[in-house]
Design a binder for this molecule. Structure first.
Ligand code: ASP
Ligand code: MG
Length: 436
């Protein structure tokens, strides 16, 4: 069994949906995980934001536009009027659900139902297209098997049990379709796996079914060795180890959601990143295999804030780090990078929601300074300490860049640098010439 996940960009138009349907028609057994058509979830968020602010007129206007967008692609998608009518009815039903929430109290509960509609619509559209072509496919409703527990973490035992039971009666079927992103929570309510969560769905399904491979289909030829938006001549990286991919996914390479890595790694299921526009391309294969002695890629993550706490005597004053970290924990704010010295500690965060409270609390322990508009540059590869010379090579490539913080040794796969965002593009370009 293979799991194939298609992102919003891969199904952004009728023609793209048709291309995806064409890709599915070999006879290998597979579960296909679909995102919402591109832009849909953003629009559903926008609708919800208007409804939170009780602006139902503005919400309704966007609802009508989105509904029209869907209705207008049907005549290109289906040849048979019966399927056009069936899809029309499905779309109307979905938008009636959205509209039903424009009238009353709007809470997180209603928002989650609205956010779920994008995947419910796209999966039905693809399923109808396969039916029109006479392909024997089965639609597996994600809301019947994808589930989170009381800590909002996926419940792998439940998912495995449910999904296996749903697939079991269909021994003769080789194509299963389901929705990414959406799930039910521990209370049985409609919920989701957070934005970009369809990759996670694919990986959880792969783990539940012991799949031979998880494929993530997007609109780029795998993970590149540098950011193609800022650097020309970047190349796809053909092989990545799970840890390398996790660092890259977390620190900026948008192509894969970081949550997708762990279930695949734990179950030793390779993840292949492929391009819908060029299905023959090799893409990137992520597995437990390490390419020895190579620097693989760099990625950059913007929107970072760095907080420095200076205390007269830090290291001798035991318990100092714990107190500092506890403050971040109490505001549910994850820390990305850390650097310590005898007189102080610098940490970086990307979630500034509670920044002012955090600063107020930190002031009890020393002098606090804050810099925003920072970027983490992350270098990934076989960077174990035995590989002499890699660190100096990387640092030499940044000789023109003012560096604020360095983190090395946290893993064998990564060195991170914190710089001001204004130096990012030049830094990425210089690294490209010197490292690859
Ligand atoms: N449609 C959802 C989003 O845009 C999930 C996904 O595409 O992975 O966040
Ligand atoms: Mg995505």
């Amino acid at each position: 069994m293979k799991i194939l996940k298609f992102g919003g960009a891969s199904i952004s138009t009728s023609q793209n949906i048709i291309n995806v349907a064409n890709l599915l028609c070999d006879n290998t057994r597979k579960v296909v995980v679909l995102s919402a058509m591109s832009g849909t979830t953003n629009t559903l968020v926008e609708i919800s934001n208007y409804l939170y602010r009780k602006n139902s007129d503005a919400a309704n206007e966007i609802i009508i536009q989105l509904e029209q967008k869907y209705l207008s692609c049907l005549s290109e998608l289906y040849k048979n009027p019966v399927y056009i009518a069936q899809a029309q009815a499905m779309i109307q039903e979905r938008f009636d659900i959205i509209r039903a929430y424009t009238k009353d109290l709007f809470t997180l509960f209603e928002e989650r139902v609205i956010l779920a509609q994008g995947e419910l619509i796209s999966s039905a559209l693809v399923y109808f297209l396969l039916q029109e072509r006479g392909i024997n496919a089965v639609l597996l409703p994600a809301l019947d098997f994808m589930r989170t527990d009381k800590n909002a973490e996926p419940d792998p035992i439940y998912i495995k049990e449910k999904l296996s039971k749903m697939i079991e009666p269909h021994a003769d079927v080789s194509l299963f379709i389901t929705q990414g992103y959406i799930c039910r929570n521990a209370y049985g309510e409609i919920d989701n796996l957070q934005r970009g969560g369809s990759d996670y769905t694919a990986s959880l399904i792969g783990a539940a079914l012991g799949a031979e491979e998880i494929q993530i289909w997007t609109d780029i030829d795998g993970m590149h060795n540098n950011d193609p938006r800022f650097v020309s001549g970047t190349k796809p990286v053909r092989n990545l180890q799970f840890e390398e991919a996790a660092e890259l996914a977390y620190f900026g390479a948008k192509i894969l959601h970081p949550t997708c890595i762990l279930p695949a790694k734990l179950n030793n299921i390779p993840v292949r990143l492929l391009n819908t526009a060029e299905p023959q391309s090799l893409g990137t294969l992520i597995s437990n295999k390490m390419d020895k002695g190579n620097i693989k890629a760099v990625a950059a993550k913007d929107g970072i804030t760095v907080i420095k706490i200076k205390s007269g005597r830090m290291l001798l004053a035991h318990g100092f780090l714990r107190k500092v970290f506890e403050i971040f924990e109490s505001y549910a704010t994850p820390i990305d990078m850390v650097a310590t010295s005898e007189v102080g500690i610098s940490v970086s965060i990307d979630n500034c929601k509670h920044l002012s409270e955090i600063i107020d609390d930190l002031k009890k322990y020393g002098t606090v300074s804050v810099d925003s508009d920072m970027t983490i540059i992350c270098v990934v590869g076989d960077l174990a300490s035995e590989n002499i010379g890699f660190e100096s090579k990387v640092i030499a490539s940044l000789k023109e860049t003012p560096i604020r913080m360095i983190s090395y040794g946290g893993s064998n796969y990564n060195i991170s640098f914190l710089i001001q965002t204004k130096y990012k593009i030049k830094a990425l370009q210089n690294m490209n010439t010197e490292l690859f």
